[in-house]
Ligand binder design. Structure first.
Ligand code: MF3
Ligand code: CO
Ligand code: CO
Length: 297
């Protein structure tokens, strides 16, 4: 159980940082005093961002283990000539077999159980009849709901032999996530995460997609805070132990402009250039972070 260790710096008459809409002095300022004396739990939101309980964290970690097993299963089946619908069937059936529910299915009208995004597709590719070809890159983005808890992760894979361009965009996007995770620790901000991603990607001559961001996750699919993959140091929301969110930079080989196809989901690069993405679900700990969907970067 977490205990209150510091009092907030919020003014007595300012809106309470827990997001209740009440004045701080009428809300958590009073609770903090009571909490400190009684060693009670933290408010479950700070600056309107959910702070997960240890029970919730255990649930998200278990969902995360299922995500990783699902990605590994998909990877073992990937081959030139495979249609993306087969990936959907693999993910759907494996999720159900593990007593979980695929979160994408019927989410805001999304028609399938997994996002599969090939080459110039940035994200939200809908599985269908497109065939994987030698030299393609393909992102597979998996989100099960297990015992009510969500975990969200993706990887970009090579199909057959990659071109130099394919290697470059996959390497850069993977390194963006790796560097971003070094910024996840209490006291840093969401802006620090965005800054390090943008700084590296642009130095490599690549660009960062701005229309889609990382997000709080765990009890719901998309929660506060938003995690932009661009920005300035020190901006945004301060990171606090118990926050759980994704980091999922989408990096383009050309410029950052995108368009959405007529299916109202598929986001593609406007210039047709390659785009790649790696995503993990990250817990802020007292000393840094723990990935709840861990894989090597
Ligand atoms: N998994 C995606 C993300 O990283 C969200 C997909 S929404 C869907 O946030 F409806 F397309 F599945
Ligand atoms: Co996500
Ligand atoms: Co995702």
């Amino acid at each position: 159980m977490q205990t209150v260790s510091k009092s907030a710096k919020t003014g007595r008459n300012a809106p309470c940082p827990c997001g209740s809409g009440r004045k701080f002095k009428k809300c958590c300022l009073r609770k903090n005093k009571i909490n400190i004396n009684k060693s009670a739990t933290l408010p479950n939101r700070i600056n309107n961002v959910p702070i997960k309980t240890s029970e919730e964290i255990s649930g998200i970690r278990r969902a995360g283990e299922l995500v990783i097993r699902t990605l590994d299963l998909v990877e073992s089946h990937l081959r030139p000539g495979m249609v993306t619908n087969e990936i959907n069937t693999l993910v759907h059936d494996y999720t159900i077999k593990n007593n979980a529910v695929p979160a994408p299915l019927n989410y805001r009208g999304f028609p399938k159980s997994v996002c599969v995004s090939i080459n110039e597709v940035i994200c939200h590719g809908i599985p269908g009849n497109r065939r994987l070809q030698d030299g393609d890159i393909v992102n597979v983005d998996v989100t099960p709901i297990l015992s009510g808890y969500y975990a969200d992760a993706s990887k970009t894979y090579f199909i057959g032999t990659p071109s130099d361009e394919a290697r470059k965009i996959v390497d850069v996007s993977k390194e963006c996530l790796k560097r971003a995770l070094t910024m996840v620790k209490p006291g840093n901000t969401t802006g620090d995460i965005g800054w390090i991603i943008q700084d590296y990607a642009e130095a490599q001559g690549c660009s960062v997609v701005r229309e889609f961001v990382g997000h709080g996750v765990g009890v719901d699919f998309h929660e506060a805070p938003q995690i932009p993959h661009f920005g300035k140091r020190g901006e945004g929301v301060e990171l606090v132990p118990g926050m759980v969110f994704t980091v999922e930079p989408m990096i383009n080989l050309g410029n950052r402009q995108l368009k959405i196809l007529a299916d109202n989901w598929t986001a593609v690069t406007k210039d047709g250039s390659l785009s790649a993405q790696f995503e993990q679900t990250i817990l802020v700990t007292e000393t840094g972070y723990e990935s709840l969907t861990p894989y090597e970067l």
